[in-house]
Design a protein around this ligand. Sequence first.
Ligand code: BEZ
Length: 238
Amino acid sequence: METTQNQETFSIPRIGDKAPEFIATTTQGEINFPSDYKGKWVILFSHPADFTPVCTSEFMTFAHLEEKFNKANCKLVGLSIDGLYSHIAWLRTIKEKIKFNGMKDIEVKFPLIEDISMDIAKKYGMIQPGESKTQAVRAVFFIDPKGIVRALIYYPLSLGRNFDEIYRALIAMQTSDKFGVATPADWYPGNDVIISPAGSCGVAAERMSGTDGLECEDWFFCTKKLDKDLVLKEILKN
Ligand code: BEZ
């Protein structure tokens, strides 16, 4: 998708697109994106700038949850519109001084991209000039093991992200891939899942006359049980 504002064109990768490629300097060395992450899910997320309070609370939360995301075969990669030395100083300050929501002494071990030129942020539509021309909005890209963008969520500068939702979305997409199902509103592992709508009158009639293991409200709305332990066993193998 391309939008033009103030003469400059900004693009936003869409669901189903290949994740735009880049090579970046990060707090963990150089990364070649997305090829370094082949075979893994990646959450690529942006922050407006270093040394800002909402970003600090989010960074600490992501770092606190990193292990949990890694267990779901997912790596975290952050981006903030600042330089490498600022990033290093910010992460050191977070570890040494900041307490938030019961967290303290938090070490950020995942890469934080330096993007002072905003080149990468622009590739991912993270600069949204109506909000800020110099700071990235809070974007979250879910990129699958084949390097395809599977979901994106954008938040404005003033709104800290909900990490339960980010984790829930990751597990739900992995469950859809693994079990060939869709997940309904507010789904969590252990809740019933949705099977694809009947594609023919015959299948519709069959479903309404009762198919083993399915609960059909109507021909187009059928759910089935999916055991929580089975989902978690398959998804959290790592
Ligand atoms: C923050 O992270 O606190 C923040 C950054 C940019 C604008 C507003 C808030």
